[in-house]
Design a protein around this ligand. Sequence first.
Ligand SMILES: Nc1nc2c(c(=O)[nH]1)N[C@H]1C(S)=C(S)[C@@H](COP(=O)(O)O)O[C@H]1N2
Ligand SMILES: [Mo]
Length: 359
Amino acid sequence: MVKYPEKGEMQLLTDRPPQLETPLNIFRQDFTPNEYFFVRWHLSQIVTKIDVDTFRLYIGGAVDKPLALSMNDLKTKFAADSIVALAICSGNSRGTFNPKVPGTQWGNGAMGNARWKGVKLKDILAMAGVKPGALNVTFQGLDRAPLAGTPAFVKSLDIGHAIDGEVMVAYEMNGQPLPMLNGYPLKLVVPGWYATYWVGSLSNINVLTDTFHGFWMTKAYQVTKDPALNESPDSLAKTTVPISNINLHSIFVEPDATQPVNAGKQCLIEGLAFNDGTGIQKVELSFDDGKTWNETRLNPELGKYSWRRWKYDWVPGAAGMYHLCVRATDNNGHTQGNKQWNRSGYGRGFIEHLDVNVK
Ligand SMILES: Nc1nc2c(c(=O)[nH]1)N[C@H]1C(S)=C(S)[C@@H](COP(=O)(O)O)O[C@H]1N2
Ligand SMILES: [Mo]
């Protein structure tokens, strides 16, 4: 465990750039406190100091009127908007893939649920005036690569997505300014999509009349074109597309599997389920390897892009090892399946297991 500025005790996965994972017990609350919110950067030159008085968000490219907006402009010239949304790294839970895949070996803590406040991207683009023929919008922050050859971290969205009224430029999370390590002073919020699009220390928005082909869209963060396709180490998909929507997934948060629980006593099992805004219809547990399933209690919904907490009161009868499984079903009736491996360890979405020692 380490401590970084504005952060609580976190698990350090890499230090240059910093990648910090949230301890699992922090997930026993609706919102993930800013000081425990995971941290993930790609380029080692991240911003550690910003003068907010001179900071500007630049909007350019295929617009009628390029803009340079101060923080004060964002807070006074636009209506404030707020949304609860889960930010989850595409590589969350990668460390649990079997066979192992290269990349940061995250447990389940590369995600967090927050209430974001800021300005609708649609309103900012309307002020700039998007020119006819616009296709893509790109986003870049103030972080830089140490070597000239490393591609800048630039992400893009289709224009239709950018102006859907949900994508937001956020200046607050959970009622506070963003911690520096989470992209202060501005972060793009793309509800329902993996956090690779949630560009932090956001400084440049560019409207393009063609398709953006940058490294971080066309080479990195690729998934199989057919989402149902299972890759295996010796059978990799030939056609890939940029990752997008958050996959349906559910995880255990309690009990802590390293500690035994008591036979004949009530044991609270709890966890999280989430997806891309489709919503969670039910979460079920199995104690017999998937033969029968028991419905858990869902906590109230906090918003369609929020995670959903679930709970189950279990009274284990006798001592022994118990093998638990959890699966979620979304509001379209789609239930998590058993296996889904991919070479990059992205978008983990299959049924999770927990071995509990009852004594
Ligand atoms: N400027 C910038 N924004 C970025 C990144 C980055 O490297 N640079 N990484 C992205 C990825 S992959 C993730 S998972 C999230 C992590 O956000 P956090 O550090 O606030 O948790 O930021 C996204 N936005
Ligand atoms: Mo990520």
